[in-house]
Design a protein around this ligand. Sequence first.
Ligand code: RB5
Length: 154
Amino acid sequence: MRFACGFDHGGYPLRETVLEALRSDGHDPVDLGASELDPGDDYPDFALAVVRAIRGGDAERGILVCGSGAGVAVAATKVGGIRAAMAHDTYTAAQCVEHDDCNVLALGARVIGPEIAAELVAAFANAVFSGEERHVRRLAKVDAIERDGLDARL
Ligand code: RB5
């Protein structure tokens, strides 16, 4: 599977770990930067690059890394059709795909080290949406909120 990947300066220390974890599992990472450590860069720039790749069909899923994982998750979920989850445990990294059909994993390089990060990437990358009725039903409600905001009728 093709994964768009983005890292701000806070996430940069996990860049090689994330890319290599995907490659070693047979996936195809697309590295959207940063290509070098720049303490002045801004996490929304990388979030936008990754979600553009997903929405444009250049990648099926994405992985975004900042310092905490929070900033990139918030920025990514501002775009319709993007379901981003910050996960620092393998249960959430897999379940966010299996139940919630998440297409972006957000990680914090100031929270976890490379060994855990590689396990999280593998859990997310190899998970498959269940397709079960209750999960599809809940996702339709999420879509309604995305479409209609506070006027959504669930
Ligand atoms: C950068 O200092 C930091 O704020 C950013 O990487 C991220 O953690 C934001 O959520």
